[in-house]
Design a protein around this ligand. Structure first.
Ligand SMILES: Cc1cc2nc3c(=O)[nH]c(=O)nc-3n(C[C@H](O)[C@H](O)[C@H](O)COP(=O)(O)OP(=O)(O)OC[C@H]3O[C@@H](n4cnc5c(N)ncnc54)[C@H](O)[C@@H]3O)c2cc1C
Length: 564
């Protein structure tokens, strides 16, 4: 009999297992991970690794066709290895804004989840590169090292022009360029959880000594018994593997991620009644919210041709700077810039339209809050990203702008396609299904045009020649021309044709609906807990791994304390 079985050895599962055994060395903990241990592989380690997205350790899920993205199926990556997302993710360390965490606490009615209450857990995770920077906000001796380009000796040739151009359109630098201190509006340094360029796999930087780890082992379902006076008390007693083996435990913690945690609940008989009935699964606890409220951040990028590539601004140019060793230690950008979408008439109209639609169609899920500040995140990468259309060689002629909508109000769902735990879940994020989200993207494209393609900025005047658009838009690049910026249909079409996922699925077993905020226990079930990205109840304007680390740190405390 195990004291704990943790299902999923990803970011949250590794942190929780590590912290539980650290609190009590006598515990018997079994951590079960579907993928292999890849900690000694070198083809995942550095920024130039090619075995990441769509590689050997990516679930490489696809969404169902997305109505507002030209019916495209959107790739939704997820790590399938010990370490989960930390094995293939990009390493951006972006905590998000205080207001999001405070909304989280308000939404679930529990101050444990406010920014100030989560701050000790953010700090517990971090080993910050600069001990003098906001020491009240950052941890200095946690397992995860966090670096900036400048702390690794990387300052890119366009750095000053980018900073100045943001200032020229009214976007200032954050204090100490720190976008991880509770405020995101403005320009901050790009933080990455790489140590001397190396990826930090969670299960390697958090010690699992004393934890029994089973890799390449898929859990089929949670074993549940029904008892009590009325026969309705449900108790988790262990897990059943896909190969039929059963392990008993006093407590089971599910940390299988935003797509596979709801899948596992449904396969165990916890979920919407009609889904369980459709697949012939014996219902144990009817819970319609399992798999609902899925949120994900949409990303969109564009390529910009430089006026004079010989100036050596982009990777692939003959600039000798880029051959220096430190330029291999992180992604090719200096800054992350978050801008707020103005609370103007356009936004008000979009909100009114969505409210009317939701009333009519009953689509509101209680978490959409368009009154909350809506942020757009912007990066300038000094290299063209890999792309099928247009194909841009890394020859120093182009840079990339990337945007991520941090507070989408669209919500989707995850469900199961079969009783097989290895079958991919059915993922429907319903990207851009609200007018607010479409309005946000139009506003963001206009802002990007004013940053890189207008006379108002150094970038627009001196550095960038024009956009190199996908073939469907050849002859009509994004520019600062009125006929482009005022053409909503054109702006919508650009995003519909090119938007992709940022792989930040969250909210599918939401706290306050599926799990108790004070314990992370699954409602109506003794001995069963969830702690991973699936429990985040409001969309976080972050890249969520920092939030998942902090959540898991606190989960290890709350679950250990829970006297059920
Ligand atoms: C390509 C990519 C890039 C990203 N870039 C960034 C970034 O730059 N910055 C950032 O902050 N975030 C980034 N993210 C997001 C971040 O990595 C995830 O949000 C995070 O990993 C979620 O943590 P988790 O613990 O909830 O789930 P995961 O880390 O996904 O872990 C879930 C684990 O459960 C295992 N599992 C699932 N089902 C079963 C089962 N039935 N039996 C046994 N094991 C199971 C999985 O194999 C997996 O290892 C990125 C993600 C991806 C995929």
């Amino acid at each position: 009999m195990w004291d704990y079985i943790v299902v999923g050895g990803g970011i949250a599962g590794s942190v929780i297992s590590s912290r539980l055994i650290e609190q009590d060395h006598s515990l018997k903990i079994l951590l079960i991970e579907a993928g292999p241990d890849v900690s000694s592989r070198t083809d995942l380690t550095y920024v130039n690794s090619t075995n990441l997205i769509m590689g050997d350790f990516d679930y490489n899920d696809q969404t169902v066709p997305q109505a507002n993205l030209n019916n495209r199926q959107i790739g939704n990556s997820g790590g399938r290895a010990l370490g989960g997302g930390s094995v293939i993710n990009t390493g951006g360390w972006i905590r998000g804004d205080k207001v999001d965490y405070d909304l989280w606490a308000k939404t679930v009615g529990d101050q444990r989840w406010s920014y100030d209450s989560q701050l000790p857990y953010f700090r517990k995770t971090e080993n910050w590169c600069d001990p003098k920077q906001h020491p009240d906000q950052h941890g200095m001796d946690g397992p995860v090292y966090v670096a900036t380009p400048s702390s690794t000796g990387r300052e890119y040739p366009l750095r000053d022009q980018v900073l100045e151009s943001w200032r020229q359109i009214g976007v200032d630098a954050l204090p100490e360029l720190d976008a991880n201190a509770g405020r995101i509006q403005g320009v901050g340094a790009m933080y990455e959880n790489r140590r001397e360029g190396k990826r930090q796999i969670t299960s390697s930087v958090y010690s699992l000594d004393g934890v029994t780890v089973l890799t390449e082992t898929v859990v089929d379902s949670i074993m549940l018994t029904k008892g009590g006076a009325d026969g309705n008390d449900v108790q988790a007693t262990g897990v059943r593997l896909a190969n039929g083996t059963e392990y008993e435990a006093k407590r089971v913690i599910i940390a299988a991620g935003a797509y596979r945690t709801p899948q596992l609940l449904m396969l165990s008989g916890i979920g919407p009644a009609e889904t369980l009935a459709k697949h012939g699964i014996e219902p144990k606890v009817e819970m319609p919210d399992v798999g609902r409220h899925l949120a994900d951040h949409v990303m969109y990028y564009m390529f910009w041709k430089l006026k004079d590539p010989s100036l050596g601004y982009a990777l692939g140019s003959s600039n000798p700077l880029f051959s220096e060793q430190q330029f291999g230690l992180g992604n090719a950008n200096d800054f992350i810039t978050s801008t707020v979408i103005p609370q103007d008439e356009g936004l008000a109209l979009a909100i009114a339209k969505d409210e009317a639609d939701q009333a009519a169609e009953g689509k509101g899920d209680g978490f959409n809050d368009p009154q909350h500040p809506l942020y757009m995140e912007n990066f300038i990468l000094y290299v063209p990203l890999p792309s099928a259309d247009p194909i841009i060689p890394v020859d120093g002629t182009h840079i990339t702008t990337t945007m991520v909508s941090l507070h989408p109000t669209s919500r989707g769902s995850v469900t199961i396609s079969s009783r097989d735990p290895r079958a991919p879940p059915v993922i429907d994020p319903r990207y851009l299904s609200t007018e607010v989200d479409r309005h946000v993207w139009r506003t963001a494209l206009r802002q990007m045009a004013s940053l890189v393609a207008s006379d108002s900025t150094i970038l627009g005047r001196e550095v960038i020649a024009s956009e190199t658009p996908p073939s469907a838009f050849a002859g009509r690049p994004l520019s600062n021309a009125r006929d482009v910026l005022e053409d909503d249909a054109y702006l919508d079409a650009r995003v519909a044709a090119g938007a992709i996922s940022t792989y930040h699925g969250q909210g599918t077993c939401a706290m306050g609906k599926v799990v108790e905020p004070s314990t992370l226990r699954v409602r109506g079930v003794q001995g069963l807990y969830i702690a991973d990205a699936s429990v985040i109840p409001v969309v976080l304007g972050s890249h969520i791994q920092a939030a998942v680390y902090a959540l898991a740190e606190q989960a290890a405390v709350l679950i250990a304390q829970d006297q059920q």
